[in-house]
Every structure is written in C-alpha cells, then in structure tokens.
Design a protein around this ligand. Sequence first.
Ligand code: TLP
Length: 343
Amino acid sequence: MIDLRSDTVTKPTSAMRKAMAEAEVGDDVYSEDPTVNRLQERAADLFGRESALFVPTGSMGNQVAVKIHTKPGDEIVIEERGHIFNYEMGTPSVVSGVVVRPVASADNSGILVWKDIQPALHIDQPYYACPTGLICIENSHNLAGGSVMTADNCRDICDNAHSLQIPVHLDGARIFNASAALGATVKDLAADCDSIQFCLSKGLGAPVGSVLVGSRDFIGEARVWRKRLGGGMRQAGVLAAAGLVALDESPPKLAEDHANAKRLAEGISELPGVSIDPDGVVTNIVIADVSGAGISSSEIIDQLRERSVLAIGFGTKIRMVTHYDVDVDGIETAISAFQEILA
Ligand code: TLP
C-alpha cells in the first residue's frame, strides 16, 4: 500500500526502534525520566525557550496551551481552516469554555496576516462581545495545503498582538516542514510566540508524541494540565527516545518529501477535473479539488485503494501527504492510478 493518508502513518526507523529498546527510563510524572528530560531540554534549546513538556499528542499540546492562555468566556481567533478549530473535537469549548472566532486569510492561503486578524479582535468592549484571549496560528497550515508562514509575518502578528496584551500560540505540528521549505530555523519561525506545539509524529516520523515549548512558568502550568487531562505518561522515555532520533534523522530528509509532493501535484494537475496549483505545494501536503471530475472524491478514493493507493477526502477535496515511507516510485504509482481513474 502507498499510504498517503497522512504523515502520521510512518513506522519507526530501525534507529528509532533501537533507541526505544535501549532507552534509559524513570517515572516522568515525578520528572525522573532521563530520556524525556533530554528531549524536553533539546526542544527548549531548538526553539530558544526556557522550558518544554513532552505530551502524548499534538491535540493535547494545543489544548493545554489554549487552557492556560485563556479564561472561560474568552474568544480565540484562528484561521477558518485551523486544526484547533476544525479537528480537535470542540475541545476549546469543552475544556477551556472559550468561543472560537474563525477568520479567513484575505489571499486564501490559510496564512493570516495582521490585517486579517485585527478586525476580528474584541478589546475593551465590556458588554456583549467575548474578549479576545488568544490568537492561534498554524505553520505549516494543514488544511490549507501545507502553506507556510514566514518568520517576519509571525513576528508582525506577535508584535501587534502583544501590544494589545494578547498572547499567540503556534500550532507547529509541522514546523520542521515549514523550516525546510523556507530555509529558516524553527526558532526564527516561532519568533515571539508565547507557546509552541510541535509534533514528533508527523513529518518527523516518530511513532508517538509532541512537545509544548514556552517559558518556565507556562510549562509549569502545562505540567499540571497535562496530568489533569490524563497525559502523565510514567516511563515515557521509550517514546521520547524515538523523538530524539527523529529530531536528528528527519529534518534533512524533509526536502525529499516536499519534492515528492510537488511531483504528485504536477502529475495530477494535468488530469481532467482536477484542480490544484503545483506552485502552491511547498511542503508535504497535496490537496486537490476534484469537483470537476464528474465522479465524487469518495469514489476516487475507493478506486485509488483498489490500486494500492490510500488518500483521504473531505467534501470535494482529496488530501495526500508525503513522508519517508513513500518513495519516488510510490509517487509515480499514485499518479498513474489517478490517470487510470480520471482519463
Ligand atoms: N493532523 C492529522 C489529522 O488530525 C487531520 C493529520 O493527519 O494531519 N495540529 C495540526 C496542524 C495537525 O495536522 C494535527 C494532526 C494536530 C495538530 C493534532 O495532532 P495529534 O493527531 O497528535 O493530536
């Protein structure tokens, strides 16, 4: 199977499995797991921050951040296709009691600029409106096709938000992909964000885990909320060990995944009824609109599966994500499968 449903489907590399088997462990709820501690120090260092916390999932990292930055009744501002809003099962309202204010990016790239955000803010409006408690940004932007936010844009959002005392959380599930695409360090791309969540289990290919990064005080609170939400993981060093290997092994390989995604987009863009701009594919996510194909996205996905290619669909769109378990031949097979189905 050529599994392009997500970069979450990767299997651990042999170096990851070896590191997992040999990991030194302790009880991480007591902060006594040396491998988890090493991962957290490494992550804090990579982002130039005081502290970091290993969490089981990206969703937990994001939602712990939302919880800490806001109070019930606040509003959080996010791009309308943002993961925290669309794919985290309403947790901002369930756990934090906040309202989500989705906003569109004027250029439809999914990448917000301050001009998009500013009109949606509620500041100093004591009656009727929910005060804006947090701005969430996403880099790369999953549902917008892996688009990326530059360091300058991120800094501009943070500067403006901070001048209004509004914190900024970065959902950097795939920040290393953005880093590879832009040729910028993750530290620069996270600029002045108040908290950052990045996933080890997406483009980086580790089997489990994410890291929340921020100030010492913020991470102290995050540790409490991780435990409250059931994320205290005991001998988690076996997982952190794979994460450490992922941080060493994977970033240099991401450019290959991006080239594969671009090739896939180019290959299918020529087919009748498929709408995708290959120039817009700059990381590892390919989202094609097939509304003109005369056959539904779910039918195409079923027919792809019959040809050993897995993809996911939403509405009239099909998403495919490249990763280290799919090579150039796999991409050519996927393109041929599309050609057979749509020709
Ligand atoms: N994304 C998954 C699905 O939930 C859609 C995927 O296959 O892409 N932020 C972003 C930007 C994400 O893409 C994801 C996962 C998360 C957060 C949540 O991470 P997990 O799945 O670890 O909770």
